[in-house]
Design a binder for this molecule. Structure first.
Ligand code: HEM
Length: 373
């Protein structure tokens, strides 16, 4: 079945019921062996001059004050690259969304036939570096473009997603990387039959100095305390930690990226609450292998859970929410949508956004329906 069929939620549901086949990869090309650099990036909360090209409804340009002259100059160059007087509208962002949707689909035999999951991971890793105390990190500056952050162990393999998005950036040079990556995450979730993720543009491209130190993203080998430390730092609570973790309905682990291996669900290119259902319904046992500690389902031994996934049914507070989401996909969709929308806006000063209320981007299917009417 072609992935484009997934654009129709009914067909997506049929696909879920059919529990599509997926292949476990046993041949890995070791492309990445990236010991994360220890370099501590300086915290940089300096505001700098940036004339954001993205503005809607006559909002015009953004002007930031700066105490960093060098950044101001660089940002001037950045702006000069953008076509003069071009003020993108929601329609322009929908064009970018549609281009990303095409790319998601055009995955050939990559993984399970979709680039959607790896794009979701890019959007999350570019946002999840946020630290609410120092107000550093987050999706604003797209600092994963720079080597210190690109080479962090947690980001191994995300060059695949960044390279795909570079093609889109060439076609739509006016969009910032932060907007592009988060919009791609939104497109991926929505086009894989997930809930609508409210989104708005306004992120600006930053510089290497704004890259975040290593260690801000979660370590899958750890337990509940670690999850709380990492996600509380971003400003999330227990319920949101659980809701966000449901993204592991999508995609798979790759031994040559994280060291872990395998998918969490039988339908890794469709957004469902299967991740939660499987956590409760299957018997999970430690996998006997030479890789890092992970669990496998006793029945088929083809699915996996990370230690940080399993913690959601072991920790009392997490378990309460996981059960709600296992019992109701609707509840999960509602909470997941809200938490992801918040996640993708972490680190972006409110005044940078071009609209006070986030937009709901129409899916490709909805746009086609709209054209017919
Ligand atoms: C709760 C803490 C989390 C940990 C410890 C964690 C860890 C991981 C690991 C180890 C992988 C495998 C990477 C690879 O080998 O390619 C992965 C994949 C993935 N993660 Fe997470 N993750 C977490 C939270 C999240 C969140 C909050 C999201 C999104 C909202 C997310 C979305 C994904 C997706 C979509 C993939 C699949 C990527 C692909 O198929 O290429 N994860 N995660």
């Amino acid at each position: 079945m072609s992935f484009s069929a997934l654009r129709n939620p009914l067909r997506a549901a049929a696909r879920r019921a059919a529990q599509p086949k997926f292949q476990l990869r046993s041949n890995f090309n070791r492309k990445f062996s990236t010991p994360p650099p220890a370099a501590e990036a300086k915290s940089n909360t300096a505001l700098w001059v940036g004339l954001g090209a993205a503005a809607v409804g006559g909002a015009g340009y953004y002007i930031y004050t700066s105490n960093d002259a060098s950044n101001a100059v660089k940002s001037g160059v950045q702006v000069a690259k953008v076509k003069a007087n071009f003020v993108p509208t929601k329609e322009d962002y929908i064009k970018v969304y549609n281009r990303v949707a095409e790319i998601i689909d055009d995955a050939g035999d990559y993984d399970d036939g979709s680039y959607g999951p790896v794009l979701v991971r890019l959007a999350w890793h570019s946002s999840g570096t946020y630290d609410k105390e120092s107000k550093t990190g987050g999706s604003n500056y797209a600092t994963m473009r720079f080597d210190p952050e690109a080479k962090h162990g947690a980001n191994a393999g995300l060059n695949v997603a960044r390279d795909l998005m570079e093609k889109v950036k060439q076609e739509f040079p006016w969009i910032s990387y932060g907007d592009l990556w988060t919009l791609a995450g939104v497109a991926a979730i929505q086009e894989m039959a997930g809930p609508k993720i409210p989104w708005r543009p306004g992120r600006i491209d930053g510089f290497e100095a704004q890259a975040t130190p290593d260690g801000r993203l979660p370590d899958a080998t750890q337990g509940a305390d670690h999850l709380r430390n990492i996600f509380y730092r971003m400003g999330f609570n227990d319920q949101e930690i659980v809701a966000l973790s449901g993204a592991h309905a999508l995609g798979r682990c790759h031994r040559d990226r994280s060291g872990f291996e395998g998918p969490w669900t039988f339908a890794p290119t469709t957004v469902t609450n299967d991740y939660f259902r499987l956590l409760f319904d299957e018997k999970w046992v430690w996998k006997r292998w030479d890789g890092p500690k992970q669990l496998e389902d006793k029945k088929t031994r083809s699915l996996m859970m990370l230690p940080t996934d399993y913690v959601l049914v072991q920790d009392k507070s997490f378990k309460k929410y996981a059960k709600v989401y296992a019992d109701s996909q609707e509840e999960w969709f509602k909470d997941f949508s809200k938490a992801v929308s918040t996640l993708f806006e972490l680190g972006v000063p409110t005044e940078q956004f071009v609209t006070p209320e986030p937009w709901i981007m129409p899916t490709v299917d909805e746009q086609q329906e709209e054209k017919k009417n």
